[in-house]
Ligand binder design. Structure first.
Ligand SMILES: C[S@@+](CC[C@H](N)C(=O)[O-])C[C@H]1O[C@@H](n2cnc3c(N)ncnc32)[C@H](O)[C@@H]1O
Length: 377
């Protein structure tokens, strides 16, 4: 039997044909496929040569109600997009093509476009799969099993792996660690940090090792991550004289009352549109005048949530569920998008001087590539 890799990578027409057949069932048209490769940092060890071959599939949906008609992005819209991805995975699996799983080197992401002449028909059923950080992996094991993480650890020293209850490696977030350390270096003093989705605590530790953090407030809805932080991370931070505390619970309920210099958003991508819609103004309020918010908003091959936050895809406004309140520009004057450690990170602030300092520093740093959205000045 041919492997999935041979089947698709040796025959792109086969993939196109299978996608067209699949999309037909959903009254949708394949617009185009973009290919890219990156390190497969969601698996430990990653299968094959360690790289993930990504297909970003742009699709025009003629039923603009397919992902729901109204309601909260996290509860009502994302679960329908997840259902479509799950259906695609199953459809291809039945045809001996394995995608998006632990043993495959192929990822397919559908980027949905709404047909401006489309009609509002029935929505897909919701697909809900609970996920939270569950297990922590030491930096030694990470280094041994993954060249990507070995490189990250060499640069930032302190990184712990975070594996979910579904077996996906979701931390450390290289993009956030890279962005946080660079942003911190633009402040003369040690900074106060708040992080939603603190996971293995790698952002705090990387900043502590660089001697750039004064205090850290974390939050995670995983009891395992909170225990790990309290038993392993907090004592290390104390050695660097960093005051820290973590709060168990949802990022939607975390009390936002302290003034900080940096907010780092590490919660899942699908949570972010709802988080900014509900708490965007509160997040701004707890930032100091020269404060910065960083958010890791997607994988390089999957820009969908990033486009919702940045407002960079005007076609999104055709969806009946779409809300302008997802846009970071409602809360921040300056928003820019970077590829950092092969992840997409949005950097936002209301302070022009800070924005200019960061832009200069990031552009001088060859590893940080500026992505599509234009700066607002
Ligand atoms: C991508 S990992 C972040 C990893 C972290 N930045 C690190 O370097 O270890 C996401 C973390 O956010 C937590 N999380 C996801 N959604 C959340 C929510 N709505 N509220 C609080 N925590 C959440 C998960 O349990 C997980 O530990």
């Amino acid at each position: 039997m041919k492997t999935d890799k041979l089947k698709i990578l040796n025959n792109r027409n086969l993939l196109t044909q299978k996608l067209r057949d699949f999309l037909c069932r959903y009254n949708a048209t394949l617009l185009g496929i973009q290919e890219s490769k990156r390190d497969n940092f969601e698996r430990l060890p990653a299968p094959g040569n360690g790289l993930l071959h990504c297909f970003t599939v742009s699709v025009l949906f003629h039923n603009i109600g397919i992902f729901g008609k109204e309601g909260d992005y996290l509860d009502e819209i994302y679960p329908r997009l997840a259902a479509l991805h799950m259906q695609l995975t199953n459809y291809l699996k039945k045809r001996d093509i394995e995608i998006n799983g632990p043993n495959t080197q192929i990822a397919i992401t559908i980027i949905p476009y709404a047909d401006p002449y489309g009609t509002l028909n029935k929505s897909m059923p919701l697909y809900i799969r609970e996920s939270r950080g569950q297990k922590v992996i030491t930096s030694e094991t990470l280094s041994k099993k993954s060249p990507y993480y070995a490189n990250l650890i060499q640069k930032y020293s302190a990184c712990s792996g975070v594996v979910t209850n579904n077996g996906t490696v979701v931390g450390p977030d290289g993009g956030l660690i890279g962005a946080a350390c660079k942003v911190a270096s633009t402040y003369p003093n040690k900074i106060r940090v708040l992080e939603l989705g603190s996971g293995g605590g790698s952002t705090a530790l990387a900043l502590a090792i660089q001697n750039k953090i004064q205090s850290y407030l974390g939050n995670d809805f995983s009891p395992e991550m909170i225990t790990h932080f309290q038993t392993e991370v907090a004592p290390q931070l104390t050695k660097y004289s960093v005051k820290s505390s973590v709060t168990f619970g949802s990022c939607f309920e975390f009390p936002l009352k302290n003034q900080v210099d940096l907010i780092s958003i590490g919660v899942y991508f699908q949570t972010q549109p709802s988080l900014f819609e509900k708490r965007g103004h509160e997040l701004v309020k707890c930032l100091d005048k020269s404060g910065v918010l960083i958010v890791q908003s997607g994988m390089l091959e999957d820009p969908f949530v990033t486009t919702l936050l940045s407002g960079s895809m005007t076609n999104n406004s055709i969806w009946p569920w779409y809300k302008k309140s997802y846009h970071l520009n409602n809360y921040f004057t300056y928003v820019s998008e970077y590829a950092i450690e092969q992840e997409t990170v949005l950097i936002t602030t209301n302070n022009l001087d800070k924005f200019q300092q960061i832009t200069k520093l990031f552009i001088e740093n060859n590893g940080f590539k500026k992505l599509s959205i234009a700066n607002k000045y």
